[in-house]
Design a binder for this molecule. Structure first.
Ligand code: SF4
Length: 369
């Protein structure tokens, strides 16, 4: 029944699902003595559970923990600092996605460099940056490429375009992240109680359902791949609690109309052709071995890290607690700066900048006025 209902998002359906979740959560509490704790892995889910009211409605019944899947939030200061250094030359144009220009580096954000007259541009697609390079042959155009597996194929398409069209004044500074290593790290450390995972609909389009089997085989943690509409979220939560109650972990694909078991092979091949695994620095967490992708050596001529001699220093500790928030250790409200010194208008950390950030979601939808 739930399988059919999740296709729709009328309030009647959502109400019915809410009731069913409350009942299952009650059963869970009776059996295990506490509320079930589910982590929504991706930033879009974090924003969706806040915006739709699902998180508030389930408060005290189901613990929803924001996870590490907001790509803007996990981008380390060093990459921002490097891009600001690169922007200092009049001979360069720096391009990136919208939210990234407001993400603070150690001292400043790219928007500050732009205010100082540097050529920093927001683009919708990295291919737009390749076009900008073609229109400005006397300038070096550098694209700051961030993202998880959802975005990485798009970066690969831009690299292919630049390579095929021999756009020699284009390069990319890549600081991408992979979902599996950070989930393994969180589950291995066990600092936060995670009973089940709401797995991201869009990343799963690329990765597929089978990719997540390690969660079940190695960690005995169930996962439900679900979409972002209220009924889809509620259905994902319901199924997660049901799996936990049955003590029968498995991966359920509740987003079957777009997620295939084996994922998107073409996107996977594009990733593999242009990228290789590397150690990556995560904001507030540090370097995690084999947790990101960088441009393959074969395409080193498109790698801004090789093209330019930029050395950013180690990030200094700040009062921003995004690192703990990304790992689900604290909610945004526990940061002393939340809604005081740090607001969407004056963000101190990336979790307040990003349209998928936990702090931005809490500020907009969960805060008590
Ligand atoms: Fe960082 Fe601001 Fe969130 Fe605090 S409220 S963790 S300073 S982004």
């Amino acid at each position: 029944m739930i399988e059919t209902l999740k296709q729709f998002s009328s309030s009647t359906i959502s109400q019915a699902l809410l009731k069913q979740i409350e009942q299952k959560a009650g059963e869970y509490k009776e059996k295990f003595g506490r509320e079930p704790a589910l982590m929504e892995v991706c930033g879009s889910h974090t924003m969706a559970v806040a915006k739709t009211g699902v998180k508030k409605l389930l408060a005290g019944k189901v613990k929803l923990i924001s996870g590490p899947g907001c790509p803007v939030c996990v981008t380390d200061q060093k990459s921002i600092d490097a891009m600001i250094q690169l922007a200092e030359s009049d001979e360069r144009i720096i391009c990136t996605f919208g939210d990234m220009v407001r993400v603070p580096g150690t001292n400043r954000a790219l928007i500050d460099a732009k205010t100082d007259g540097r050529d920093v541009r927001v683009v919708y697609s990295p291919c737009d940056a390749v076009e900008i390079a073609k229109e400005n042959p006397d300038k070096q155009v550098v694209f700051l490429g961030i993202g998880f597996e959802t975005t990485i194929p798009v970066l690969a398409v831009a690299l292919k375009k630049a390579d095929d069209e021999r756009v020699t004044n284009f390069s990319m500074w890549v600081t991408t992240k992979l979902v599996e290593p950070i989930l393994r790290k969180l589950l291995n450390e066990g600092d936060v109680q995670v009973d089940g995972l709401l797995l991201p609909g869009h990343v799963s389009i690329v990765l597929g359902k089978y990719h997540y089997q390690y969660l079940v085989d190695e960690y005995r943690v169930p996962g439900v791949i679900c979409g972002f509409e209220p009924a889809e979220l509620l259905s994902g939560i319901y199924k997660s609690i049901e799996l936990l109650l049955n003590e029968n972990p498995e991966i359920i694909n509740s987003h079957q109309h777009v997620v295939r078991d084996e994922g998107n092979r073409q996107a996977q091949l594009m990733i593999d052709q242009y990228f290789q695994v590397c150690d990556e620095a995560w904001r507030g967490i540090g370097v995690i071995e084999n947790s990101g992708l960088d441009i393959r050596d074969q395409f080193i001529h498109l790698n801004a890290k090789s093209r330019f001699d930029i050395k950013a220093g180690e990030p200094k500790p700040t009062r921003c607690r995004c690192g703990e928030i990304i790992r689900g250790l604290i909610p945004p409200e526990e940061c002393n700066l939340f809604a005081k010194a740090c607001t969407p208008v004056n963000p101190i950390g990336p979790c307040m900048v990003s349209s998928e950030g936990s702090c931005a979601a809490s500020y907009q939808y969960l805060r008590e006025e």
